[in-house]
Design a binder for this molecule. Structure first.
Ligand code: SAM
Length: 217
């Protein structure tokens, strides 16, 4: 679950509000999506700070081809689409047809529908159908599947590209040995893998619920 305050985990609410107003303001469409998710679905989109970080990474590479696993309402896809160079595209994978339909409407409202393609289906079914090279991947679907996603993404993301993943703190549960459910164990395995995988140079940023960033060597 993302922290909707957009806080940095060690910074406290005052510094978070100060930085948030300067660096990760939501425009009206993003605010409406967040409100709609609170009312009609589950507000598990990335925090504003992670949205801005992803946008910045897309713009810095620059990433022309982005793949996202887990669309929900398109909130993070919109942040990333706004960092794309002209002609760039985000491919975002969503298994839930109603969410995919709703995301399509939000993408249109946000003015980025031409640069975001929703791929309907389960990530592990869609990933083998994709062709490299992608410049940036963002993982935000089933936590117990993160390692399996990574195996596909190591084929799809070019050297010099980035593989990012949300929720790697998992509310602190990854560091609590008493918690052993499949999602927590999946995230622990993912963290071990990106820490030791020789093809990656990785770190975890303390934005939202923990955002991992791995450079493909
Ligand atoms: N990235 C989105 C954002 O920040 O705006 C939030 C994604 S939400 C955490 C996870 C999404 O993954 C949900 O919409 C869920 O329906 C979708 N999902 C669940 N299982 C999936 C699967 N196997 N393949 C693709 N999407 C899946």
């Amino acid at each position: 679950m993302a922290d909707r305050s957009g806080r940095g985990s060690e910074s406290g609410p005052a510094i978070s509000a100060h930085m948030g107003a300067l660096f990760w303001p939501e425009d009206p469409v993003l605010s409406e999506i967040a409100a709609d998710l609170r009312e009609h679905d589950v507000p598990i989109q990335v925090g504003r700070d992670s949205g801005r970080t992803l946008q910045l990474l897309v713009a810095a590479l620059p990433a022309r081809r982005v793949v996202e696993l887990g669309t929900l309402a398109g909130y993070s896809a919109i942040w990333m689409a706004r960092g794309l160079p002209a002609g760039g595209r985000v491919d975002t994978v969503e298994v839930d047809p109603a969410r995919a339909d709703r995301a399509q409407r939000w993408l249109e409202r946000a003015g980025v529908a031409a640069s975001v393609r929703i791929l309907r289906g389960a990530a592990l079914d869609v990933l083998p159908t994709l062709e490299p090279p992608y410049d940036l991947a963002f993982i935000d679907a089933v936590k117990s599947e993160y390692v399996a996603y990574l195996d596909h993404l190591l084929r799809l993301v070019r050297p010099g590209g980035l593989i990012c993943a949300d929720n790697v703190h998992w509310g602190g549960r990854v560091a609590d040995p008493a918690v052993t459910d499949a999602d927590t164990e999946g995230l622990r395995a993912f963290l071990r893998r990106i820490a030791h995988e020789p093809r990656l140079l990785s770190t975890v940023l303390p934005t939202g619920d923990g955002l991992s960033v791995s450079l493909v060597r």
